[in-house]
Ligand binder design. Structure first.
Ligand code: CO
Length: 507
């Protein structure tokens, strides 16, 4: 009988974690509003609101009561089934508490100040395309991140592991490298075959006139059709698309539209809707706890990429959607065939800017950043040498050389924001998504037909049951193994890309 009772310490822990998450979600809502509807004059007051909330959240995250409760729950955590709801929630709460309390206040404050300065320097350096203006800031950030990593790293880990662990819990740099090495080789080989192909996608099709109100209409309809629930979510417009989970029953998507470029709005919506479907599929009863939370950034990205690329850039998807889009834009698409449209949205060519890169070359952009980050953190590379090594590796991988630092090592906000260890999660997401989609195809034998008919319910339910509803029960690699029956591998991604581009480019 006693084993069925919930210990009071656990109940109190749940209460505290929920309050922390609610505070957090207030900040998320203010952040969403800042990016969407806040008038420019509200900026300063908003910063004050967010700073106060951040302080309150930090207080909640580090309150000694949490430490006491976790101490009391040690025994239960150690003896319970490690995959039981209680054990998972306690383990994750301990991990968060340790991360939040281990870093000295002085270091956190210094980091906050340095990031704020570095962002200003980065904006200016990028504007002038001159890395030397940002060099000192990057040096400071690397120094502070190394300090942070030294404090957080566990025995046997390299410093970079401690940083990666924040975004992709449990993943090690060595494991990522072992996946990236063959992935890079495979991607470069495919890129060579595409470059050699005489097929030239008619990308001009996508740059015709696409009035944005209709882009919103078709994008919103597509998001609803793949399974994003608009009773529990919204879609609005911003400068930089994102998905924000406010809480159970409220998930906000944003996108941006360009009248003369169709892809940005439509695929941006599918991408964010994929994130949103994950959030809507989380277990609301476990709100604020690990069992009601997403696994990692990489797994989150796998859900957006699965819908954006494996569904949204597939031929069956456009068999269903192309006539609808054509009907909305008869002047721009009246003379275009499904085949030309499908080929154009899957155009591959080397380019300088990561966020504008195609599905294939994107991987190379990520690997380059991952390699440089590791060297910066290990001390093997000095900040001053970043532009040179960036440009030479970029040329080696993509066959083109950035003309300046704005086109090269200054393009991303991440390093100036102290986000080191974040980049690899994008490419991990690609590998997870390929492996999940392959498993879904096996589980749903007529999936291709369903997608051609505009039916997505079975796929969405499969994702809900196999991934979303599990919360943080498993870390990313274990989840992949449990869901797909195989260890995480670069092969499903390379196979899928090879099959798709082989058909399009004729090799
Ligand atoms: Co994303």
């Amino acid at each position: 009988m006693t084993t069925l009772e919930t210990p009071p310490a656990y109940e109190r822990l749940v209460e505290l974690l929920r309050e922390k998450k609610i505070l957090n979600s207030c900040g998320a809502l203010l952040g969403w509003d800042e990016q969407t509807y806040m008038p420019p004059g509200g900026g300063e007051h908003r910063a004050n609101q967010l700073a106060l909330l951040a302080g309150l959240t930090h207080e909640r995250a580090t309150t000694p009561e949490l430490g006491d409760l976790l101490e009391q729950l040690k025994e239960i955590e150690a003896t319970a089934d490690p995959l039981s709801v209680m054990a998972v929630n306690i383990r994750d709460a301990r991990r968060d508490y340790e991360r939040a309390t281990q870093l000295p206040r002085k270091l956190v404050e210094e980091m906050t100040r340095e990031i704020s300065l570095a962002q200003q320097k980065w904006v200016e350096a990028r504007r002038q395309a001159d890395f030397s203006l940002f060099r000192k800031s990057l040096e400071n950030i690397i120094r502070l991140k190394r300090e942070e990593a030294k404090i957080l790293s566990r025995e046997g880990d390299c410093l970079y592991d401690a940083l990666l662990d924040e975004y992709e819990p449990g993943m090690k740099a060595e494991q990522v490298q072992a996946l990236f090495d063959p992935l890079r080789e495979g991607v470069i080989q495919l890129l060579q075959q595409i470059t050699d192909s005489p097929v030239e996608p008619k990308t001009e099709i996508l740059k015709r006139s696409y009035p944005t109100s209709r882009q919103h209409e078709i994008g919103q309809a597509a998001a609803a059709q793949i399974g994003f629930d608009f009773q529990r979510g919204r879609l609005d417009t911003t400068a930089h698309p994102f998905c924000s989970d406010i809480g159970p029953g409220d998930v906000r998507l944003t996108t941006r539209y360009f009248e003369n470029f169709f892809n940005s709005g439509f695929f941006g919506i599918l991408h964010e809707a994929g994130h949103g479907i994950y959030e809507q599929g989380l277990n609301a009863d476990q709100f604020g706890l690990a069992m009601g939370d997403s696994v990692s950034l990489g797994i989150h990205e796998s859900q957006s990429l699965l819908w954006e690329n494996f569904v949204g850039r597939s031929r069956p998807f456009w068999t269903h959607f192309f006539p609808k889009v054509q009907g909305l834009y008869p002047e721009s698409l009246g003379d275009v065939t499904l085949d030309d449209f499908y080929t154009a949205i899957n155009d591959v060519r080397p380019s300088y800017i990561r966020v504008e890169a195609d599905e294939l070359t994107y991987n190379l952009h990520i690997m380059l950043r991952f390699e440089l980050e590791q060297k910066l953190i290990s001390g093997e590379l000095e900040a001053a040498d970043v532009p040179e090594i960036w440009n030479s590796r970029f040329t080696e991988y993509l066959g083109i050389t950035p003309e300046n630092d704005a086109q090269g090592c200054l393009q991303d906000i991440h390093w100036s924001a102290g986000l080191l260890g974040y980049f690899p999660t994008y490419a991990l997401g690609k590998m997870y998504s390929a492996q999940f989609f392959k498993a879904a195809q096996t589980a749903i034998p007529d999936l291709t037909d369903q997608i051609s008919n505009g039916e997505f319910r079975e796929l969405k339910t499969w994702l809900n049951e196999n991934i979303h509803a599990r919360g943080k029960l498993y870390q990313a690699r274990d989840l992949v193994k449990v869901v797909t029956g195989n260890e995480l591998s670069e092969k499903p991604l390379l196979e899928a890309l090879g099959a798709k581009y082989g058909e399009i480019y004729g090799f």
